[in-house]
Design a protein around this ligand. Sequence first.
Ligand SMILES: [Zn+2]
Ligand SMILES: [Zn+2]
Length: 303
Amino acid sequence: MVIECGGWGCDRLISISTVPGGNPVALSEPDAWAIEFSICEDCKEPLCDRCTRKRTRGFRAVRCPWCHGGLIDGRHRWEEVTSRPYPEAITRYEEGLALAEAGRIAEAMPAFDSAVRLRPTYVLAHFHRGIALGELGRNTEALEALDEASRLDLFNPLASFEKGAIHEELSQPQQAIKAYDEAIRREPRYIAPRINKAVMLNELAQWDEALAVCDDTIRIIEADQGIDGAEHAYAHIQAAKGACLLNLRRDEEGLAALDVAIANGPDDPLTYRNRGIALERLGRHEEARLSLRIAEECAEQDN
Ligand SMILES: [Zn+2]
Ligand SMILES: [Zn+2]
């Protein structure tokens, strides 16, 4: 039997084998497969040995990163643990999540509320409660809930990223950038906060800093080391780079970045508009007009 490690950004599979010593295929490819793993007694999420080790600090026992339950030896106790019923806090959280995913946010709130009341250290319940509060426009409470999730799990970059998004919505760019920085510090390979940070810095006219973030991020994606699978991440970061370069009056390079963005992503009016500006400045008027016309058409399609 094969299960996936639940560690964020980890794509190892866990082989649960009856073969003594473990499945030989799994043993021969330790980067892809784990034999040893932990399992949470409460939410029953598995965590591979590498993810477990990463979280070990001194003599303190590692707790479940999602629900703060006890972690035990999964290899020997998987069957026993998975056959037990879930504690009420977990059931309430799952109920809230199902309602939230169905778009019934207001109905999800009481379930999330009782999950965090029953278990104040429940990281994932605070996190999804925060997202739900944000969707209800209760931004101050949302930030508090996300702060709590962030504080409870120092490895978790997701809550920091979501905080950034809420600060952006509240037109608080400095706080948004701070939150994105926290997400990046926690997980340098996490692409989404890098893209948002670059766009924010560009808007704040901090073009050199923005460009540095773009170049770093492009390097990570090109080395295939990025995680989180943000859709069209490569196109977004190239578009952001193009915008920075135009602001720095490096039009030729800006045009090259915008062309890469267009070749790698969906039609985006802003990218075509910037491309039109670059071409215009470079004296390529006919192509500039064409690009601006495409920008208008894209914008109309979007509406
Ligand atoms: Zn758990
Ligand atoms: Zn793992």
